[in-house]
Design a protein around this ligand. Structure first.
Ligand SMILES: CC(C)C[C@H](NC(=O)[C@@H](N)CC(C)C)C(=O)O
Length: 693
């Protein structure tokens, strides 16, 4: 260890107690996350509008890609810990990653296959194949380097630099969020530009090109620092050894299942006959941590719904912040913004304050609190949803029908529907009606999945005896025959002025459209062209404008982000500090694997539970996380913190002593030695694993 610390000191300058080398690592992470999140921000739109895929295909491919990005860390970690070492793995996979990003940028140049120069690619297959290859390379690169970069950063600190290493992981997390925040703001702006050689189209190539450039910058920065890094050597095919050792322990245990054989302290001790004591101890450390990871995916299940359920929730809310109008998906940037403020507050204020109060706020306690905060976030989301539901229109159930009765005449009429009381409908009025008798089954107008949050649906019903043309300054919505209605059309939210025209006569009607609303405009038979037609048109709200303000989502974002800081930042460092030296990247990959499983749980629970009320689904997720949190806290209570470096040092020392011993006393009975070693090993392992949760 001393030798390793000496190596670290010799390699890199120390600035304020921190090795200078970590500067290159955090800048690399910043650029890499910019590249990843920037590309991801426009990916679904690229699928939909460039490749012309439908929503379902676009969403499925998007989620498959994200899941793949969290599965490939295992591959990267195995390559790093067993074969190439972290440094070379990062370099090689970063090249793969940058090539993938360039492939994406090239795939988005429509001019390449646009031989008829009409602005659309002629060979979509070329663009699809190239972008899929690009995405595969990106998933391999980003996932592969992810566990290596974090662990490589941790490696730069010596044994007695725990505090500095903890700070490094916090800064590392800040860089992740700084990079992602910047890119999710910048790349949509780049996408909105128009570019092209023969014809101008939305500039996806630029939106992918800038992230590609940032990945190249990330690689160059990492290479510049190469002379300063401490590079731990890979120690052979460790994963294969681990699998073989576990397999042997299980087989050996089974062979000696009879009562005549004395029990051993740990089932892994059954590998002692064949395997190195150090390897067995290292496997024990890893298994203990992996066991503790079992409940963790539930946190990510809730966390990753920011991008899906919470964004959909925002589409039913009012994003008008005065001078600023926020798009539903832009609300997600609240998370990195809060990370950038909460991480320093936690590190420099909250944690030291808790310490001052004499409380031992251990990593596992922090993670438990983080889970509870995420559950609280979902309770907040449920409360907001209840408010939204109050403002939503009542849609008929599957056994009901919805009618809208329009009295187009100038006198009131009495309407009698089977099984209902008679009702009087005044002249020029509309009466929405939900009927239990199935007149036309389930005939409600539902607007699921607005194509654009800023668009509003409207239609006109013509109660006049002459045909009427409806137009705005920007569009003509066509002629509506007498006593007939137009199809629904879309218009931007805000104020709109319609021109109603019959022959050479016209009049104007103005109204205001709120976010997410839908209207039926009823033109009265009494309308006189040439005069003001404001009073001769009745606006009926099919769907009320969104009235619950998006700011109400801030508390849920606050709690989920506070939870993330306690859970994720701590978990990242915990996974590093509790891993044996030769399996640091592997445990980082195990940590990221919990994210992938969490994403699959979202799909499974949402598919199986099929809860009709969204607020109830939020409460279900919150309850599941609380239940999992209780299990986790019990498991954490029995977890004993270890110092892998110390354990490994003791084992190495003992093995050296044994070697000396063997040389001086040749022919000593092997069985005797195994027994004694086994006892010693347990003592050493126990000594080094003292602290509980
Ligand atoms: C799963 C996480 C460890 C991934 C981490 N994400 C974040 O830090 C988020 N707060 C970023 C935000 C933009 C979604 C990461 O490494 O990307």
């Amino acid at each position: 260890q001393e030798w390793e610390d000496g190596q670290r000191k010799g390699k890199s300058k120390v600035v304020c107690g921190y090795p200078l080398s970590i500067f290159f690592i955090v800048v690399n992470e910043f650029c890499e996350r910019f590249s990843y999140y920037g590309m991801r921000a426009v990916l679904v739109l690229y699928f939909k509008y460039f490749l012309r895929w439908d929503d379902d295909l676009a969403t499925s491919i998007y989620h498959t890609f994200v899941a793949l990005c969290y599965l490939t860390p295992i591959l990267g970690a195995i390559v790093a810990d067993s074969w190439l070492g972290k440094f070379k793995t990062i370099i090689y996979l970063s090249i793969v990653y940058a090539v993938g990003q360039v492939a994406m940028a090239v795939s988005a140049i429509h001019d390449i296959t646009d031989s008829d120069r009409d602005g659309t690619p002629d060979s979509m297959t070329f663009h699809i194949v190239l972008s899929m290859v690009g995405l595969f390379l990106i998933a391999l690169g980003t996932g592969g380097i992810k566990p290596c970069v974090a662990a490589f950063g941790g490696d730069q600190f010596g044994e007695h630099q725990d505090r500095q290493r903890r700070t490094f992981f916090s800064v590392f997390y800040l860089c992740i969020n700084g990079g992602s925040l910047l890119s999710t703001i910048i790349t949509p702006v780049l996408r909105a530009q128009e570019c092209g050689i023969y014809s101008k189209q939305k500039c996806y190539s630029l939106a992918f090109g800038v992230p590609a450039a940032l990945m190249v910058v990330a690689l160059v920065v990492f290479i510049i620092g190469s002379g300063m890094y401490y590079k731990a050597e890979p120690q052979g095919n460790i994963m294969l050894d681990v699998c073989k050792c576990i397999g042997f322990a299980i087989k050996n245990r089974y062979r000696h299942r009879s009562k005549q054989y004395p029990k051993r302290q740990h089932w892994m001790d059954w590998a002692e006959e064949k395997y190195d004591k150090l390897l067995i101890a290292q496997i024990k450390m890893v298994l203990k941590v992996l066991f503790l990871y079992i409940p963790l995916p539930m946190f990510w299940t809730l966390f990753d719904q920011k991008g899906s359920r919470w964004t959909l929730q925002a589409t039913t809310m009012d994003g008008n912040f005065g001078a600023l109008v926020i798009q539903p998906d832009q609300m997600q940037t609240v998370n990195p913004i809060l990370i950038l403020t909460l991480v320093p507050i936690m590190d420099s204020l909250i944690y030291p304050l808790i310490k001052k109060c004499g409380l031992n706020f251990t990593p596992l306690k922090r993670m438990t609190v983080g889970m509870l905060l995420a559950a609280i976030a979902f309770v907040c989301a449920a409360l907001v949803q209840i408010q939204i539901d109050k403002t939503l229109p009542t849609f008929p159930s599957t056994s009901q029908s919805q009618l809208k009765l329009l009295n187009m005449g100038s006198n009131s009429v009495t309407v009698k529907l089977p099984g209902n009381d008679a009702l009087i409908l005044p002249a020029a009025q509309v009466y929405p009606f939900i009927n239990n008798s199935e007149i036309v089954e389930n005939q409600a107008i539902t607007f699921v999945g607005f194509t654009d949050y800023f668009l509003v649906y409207f239609r006109f019903v013509n109660g006049m005896k002459t045909a009427v043309n409806v137009s705005t300054a920007a569009a003509d919505f066509g002629l509506i025959e007498p006593f007939y209605y137009s199809n629904y059309s879309q218009i931007k939210n805000g104020k709109a002025t319609f021109t109603l025209r019959s022959g050479s006569q016209s009049c104007e009607y103005s109204t205001n459209f709120g976010f997410g609303s839908s209207y039926t405009f009823f033109i009265h038979s009494t309308l006189v062209f040439g005069s003001n037609c404001q009073d001769s048109v009745t606006a009926v709200e099919d769907i009320k404008p969104n009235s619950v303000h998006m700011a109400l989502q801030i508390p849920q974002y606050f709690f989920i982000t506070a939870g993330e800081v306690m859970f994720s930042v701590t978990g990242l460092e915990f996974s590093y500090s509790q891993a044996p030296s030769n399996m640091k990247a592997v445990l980082q990959a195990g940590w990221l694997f919990t994210v992938a499983i969490g994403n699959f749980i979202v799909l499974i629970v949402a598919e199986l539970a099929k809860i009709p009320k969204q607020w109830a689904e939020y409460v279900l997720f919150a309850s599941l996380l609380v239940a999992v949190c209780v299990i986790f806290s019990i498991m954490a209570y029995f977890y004993t913190y270890i110092d892998p470096t110390e354990i490994e040092a003791q084992f190495k020392k003992k093995i050296n002593e044994d070697d000396e011993d063997d040389k001086s006393k040749p022919g000593k009975a092997e069985v005797e030695m195994v027994k004694r070693d086994s006892i010693k090993c347990h003592d050493e392992y126990d000594k080094a694993t003292q602290t509980k949760m």
